[in-house]
Design a protein around this ligand. Structure first.
Ligand SMILES: O=C(O)C(=O)C[C@]1(C(=O)O)C=C[C@@H](O)C=C1
Length: 361
């Protein structure tokens, strides 16, 4: 079992590269009470369902019989040429190095039009985005110089941490150099000419479906999980699923030629996803002002959990903590605090990055 903990403190730091961030830096450190602990700390990961190949969705087959010719020809006309969109990278693509201009290249997990791509464009408005099949592919794209940055979700204000990315941060040697907080507004999209009442099912990322529960319940539709929101939009278009809606971004509607049939359908209006920006090299902070440390491990009162298999006896476990605090690593108090943790308490310490806080959220 692994436990994560976020802790904050703060100080001044000049922004490098991303114009809309504040000058406040934050440090992400990982601290383990046993190194081996993080091996078991990986999240579940679904297998991607891409276009019409290997797709377990029951969507495609029944369509020609349920749509009339008028709808079919309308959709044909409006459907964008999906083959012109960038194909997400997978590990096998990494032997070939794509040509590129001088733009910053930013890898993300998902298809063009996903929320993650929105986050990449918020951080680097002029960037060239590099879609990837898996979170790990986005890490590798940076490591292999195919991309300059990776933008990956780390937590959502409603659903919490994205464990897979915490795990990957430790498995890879990239550095956190920034963050983006993205307000997540879910839109319901459908093929052109299809009104809300015609929808029998809605496809999307599990988070999007879960966070739009009230709306979907009222609509009385079947929910179908998909790996990412934009991938679901692409599927609905490529399979001409006239009875299916998709929860995705407004940009996905534009990219795939879908109509927005409802906007801001999430249950909670304040829904934010926090993304981290990763680079090959760390930012070296230069500052001298820190705010406060809000929390720290207590040596005399370490965490305990009760192990049921041990007849309810209290048992100590090894923990891995992720600490996100406002400070600069150039500031001596921050160095001292982490130094003490390492000398007196932790068996493992790694600074995952020092970065400016996104104040534009
Ligand atoms: O499916 C997408 O569009 C994504 O970018 C993925 C993702 C996620 O990983 O949680 C990102 C942000 C939103 O909260 C919903 C989905």
């Amino acid at each position: 079992m692994a436990v994560k903990n976020l802790i904050n403190l703060g100080c001044l730091f000049p922004q490098v590269g991303c114009a809309q961030f504040s000058e406040k830096p934050s440090v992400y450190a990982c601290l383990g009470l046993k190194c081996s602990e993080f091996i078991g700390f990986s999240g579940n990961h679904a297998i991607r369902c891409l276009g019409d190949q290997n797709c377990s969705s029951n969507s495609a087959s029944e369509l020609p019989s349920v749509v009339d010719n008028r709808e079919s020809s309308l959709a044909n006309k409006l459907q964008k040429d999906l083959t012109s969109l960038p194909r997400p990278l997978s590990v096998s693509d990494f032997s070939t190095f794509p040509s590129h201009g001088s733009k910053v290249r930013v890898s993300f997990k998902g298809e063009p039009g996903s929320y993650s791509e929105d986050a990449a464009l918020k951080a680097y408005p002029q960037c060239e985005t590099v879609p990837c099949n898996e979170f790990e592919d986005a890490f590798k794209a940076v490591e292999l110089w195919i991309a300059d940055r990776a933008v990956l979700p780390i937590e959502n204000s409603l659903s919490g941490s994205i464990h897979r990315n915490y795990d990957l941060l430790l498995r890879h040697r990239l550095h956190i150099v920034g963050e983006v907080q993205l307000p997540v507004n879910f839109c319901l999209l459908a093929l052109p000419g299809i009104p809300l009442e015609r929808l029998k099912r809605v496809l999307s990322h599990p988070q999007a479906l879960a966070q739009s529960d009230n709306f979907l319940s009222k609509l009385g539709v079947v929910r179908e999980n998909f790996e990412d929101t934009a991938g679901a939009a692409q599927l609905v278009v490529s399979k001409r699923m006239f009875d299916a809606g998709v929860i995705a971004t407004a940009r996905a509607a534009e990219i795939y030629g879908l109509n927005i049939v409802a906007k801001a359908i999430q249950d909670e209006p304040d829904n934010f996803t926090r993304f981290i920006i990763l680079a090959r090299d760390p930012i070296i902070p230069r500052t001298d002002k820190a705010f406060k440390i809000e929390s720290r491990p207590q040596r005399k009162q370490p965490l305990r959990v009760v192990d049921d298999s041990n007849n309810g006896t209290a048992k100590y476990f090894d923990y891995l903590f992720y600490i996100d605090f406002e400070a600069s690593m150039a500031e001596s108090r921050a160095q001292n605090a982490l130094g003490h943790l390492q000398q007196e308490f932790a068996t493992f310490l790694r600074i995952l990055g020092s970065y400016p806080i996104d104040a534009a959220a």
